[in-house]
Design a protein around this ligand. Structure first.
Ligand code: ZN
Length: 156
């Protein structure tokens, strides 16, 4: 069920449609792009587009090195595998470099996860795990999302 049109909570005057029920998606947090090399990928996103890479971070658990380029409320996340058998390496092996996942920011990841389970949504993670920048993240199975690996994340 859809609520009537509401004015954006940021009081910017824009009108947003917000579901009455359902988890609160705040905005697109980041778009994850699988690259063979962050140094190579950076040549386009930084040198050509002029985006600034904030930092790189290795997430051992996911065998990945990440580089974030903030853009307003969102970021581009370049993902480089640190191991030949990591998920990003496997992704590139089968599909080549490109958009690997889209992340939505939620208010409360535990609540969002509970709701997804109640609705019988297939998940990759049954519990939140640690993502870059200390975020709590959960991946939803691409079979549920029409082919896109969707991440939900909660950040401080
Ligand atoms: Zn991500």
């Amino acid at each position: 069920m859809w609520a009537e049109e509401k004015v954006c909570v940021h009081l910017c005057g824009s009108v947003v449609n917000r579901k009455e029920e359902g988890m609160m998606i705040k905005h697109i947090d980041h778009i994850g792009i699988a690259v063979k090399s962050i140094d190579e990928g950076k040549k386009f996103y930084a040198d050509i587009l002029g985006l600034k890479m904030q930092k790189t971070e290795v997430i051992e658990e996911q065998k990945v090195k990440t580089g974030f380029f903030p853009i307003t409320d969102s970021e581009l996340e370049l993902l480089e595998s640190t191991e030949p058998d990591g998920p990003v390496a496997k992704y590139i092996e089968s599909r080549g470099e490109g958009v690997q996942h889209i992340a939505f920011r939620v208010e409360n990841i535990e609540e969002a996860l509970r709701e997804l389970k109640e609705k019988g949504v297939r998940l990759i993670d049954q519990e939140p795990r640690k993502g870059a920048g200390g975020a709590k993240i959960v991946f939803i199975h691409p079979k549920e999302t029409h082919g896109v690996l969707v991440e939900l994340c909660e950040k401080e």
